[in-house]
Ligand binder design. Structure first.
Ligand SMILES: C[S@@+](CC[C@H](N)C(=O)[O-])C[C@H]1O[C@@H](n2cnc3c(N)ncnc32)[C@H](O)[C@@H]1O
Length: 320
């Protein structure tokens, strides 16, 4: 394991104790409910803390009896289960821990997971305690690790929700050790029409609502929205019309084998996830490839990766 922990504010060495991370014998960052707390909850990711604690098990394969998180993790990372044994793996933006679960249950790797929100509590409930699991509430911009230590770094579903996406990519690259690998996915932008979508039309209003108010609005309207979206898809016009409905993309982003109850739950969660974040900055594959090259990665490649009925743009590279 042997990952050197440092205080992101002054670079001093931190030690792990059951009470928290200590510096010169004093607890600087407490350990609460299974996670070391480098930051407080009141930051721009509070919406994510709210959603992941409310829907802690919804997208976690072992709770949902689905396999979408496992399929996505291995399809996007292209990493070999056996090869991850004993490796130090960094996951940034872990949410409720859908991918933490995959790493912990299907590999023998040592996992260090970071999230800026108190979603770390949902993650710990889903995946802790486990001696290979280390959980931190911290920002991607101020992580408690000395640079260049991780064999593998992944960041799925997160970059578009950070304020400075290029800086986020750079900080991830800083964490990879020479010869180690970084894989990221993100929301794609294809042209001006990407933003001709209910999500981008309503977000300036919805992201300002309190979480409770937004949640209630979604819950109240979800049933007719699901019916309408399904109807349009059934008569063959869904691709054209569903982008204007204020509901997540059922055909393109959700597993197709959900029960009726699961479908309702996933739709509420994913619709909240599209309307509540402070930042939603989709990227082009070519832009992200450019940043990988600029900040010292080699063998960089990017493409759309398919898993189950879903697809996501993925960029990968190896640290020089
Ligand atoms: C859409 S969720 C994805 C969570 C998880 N990766 C998944 O796919 O289920 C985005 C996550 O990124 C986290 N996040 C956003 N900005 C962050 C930052 N600056 N540092 C660390 N995590 C951040 C949020 O708190 C949230 O849990």
């Amino acid at each position: 394991m042997n990952i050197q922990l440092i205080n992101p504010s002054d670079g001093g060495v931190l030690n792990k104790t059951p009470e928290g991370l200590t510096q010169n014998g004093l607890v600087i960052y407490p350990c609460k409910n299974g996670a070391y707390r480098i930051v407080k909850d009141d930051n721009y990711t509070e919406n994510f803390g709210y959603q992941w604690n409310k829907f802690a098990g919804t997208q976690v394969d072992k709770s949902s009896a689905l396999s979408i998180s496992k399929s996505r993790f291995f399809a996007e990372s292209q990493w070999d289960k056996e090869d991850l044994g004993g490796k130090n793996i960094l996951e940034v933006g872990s949410g409720a821990g859908r991918f933490s679960q995959v790493v912990l249950d299907f590999t023998k790797g040592n996992l260090f997971s970071v999230d800026y929100s108190n979603a770390v509590e949902a993650n710990y409930k889903n995946n802790g305690p486990n001696e290979r699991f280390n959980l931190f509430q911290a920002s991607i911009y101020e992580m408690p690790f000395a640079p260049g230590q991780f064999d593998k770094v992944f960041c799925f579903g997160v970059l578009q929700h950070t304020p400075d996406v290029e800086l986020s990519v750079k900080t991830l690259i800083d964490m990879v050790k020479p010869g180690g690998e970084l894989v990221v996915d993100f929301y794609p932008i294809n042209g001006w029409w990407t933003k001709l979508n209910a999500k981008y039309i309503f977000r300036p209003y919805t992201k300002k609502l309190t979480h409770e108010k937004l949640f209630k609005k979604i819950e109240k309207n979800i049933d007719w929205l699901i019916k309408t979206s399904r109807f349009f898809s059934k008569i063959g016009i869904g691709k054209l019309t569903n982008r204007f409905l204020p509901i997540c993309d059922i055909d393109g982003t959700l597993p197709q084998n959900l029960t009726k109850e699961q479908l309702r739950e996933w739709c509420i969660l994913d619709t909240f996830d599209m309307f509540s974040p402070q930042y939603d900055q989709p990227q082009k594959i070519s832009t992200v490839i450019g940043w990988f090259n600029k900040y010292g990665m080699k063998g960089v490649s990017g493409k759309y990766v398919h898993f189950e009925n879903c697809v996501a743009p993925v960029v990968r590279g190896t640290k020089q």
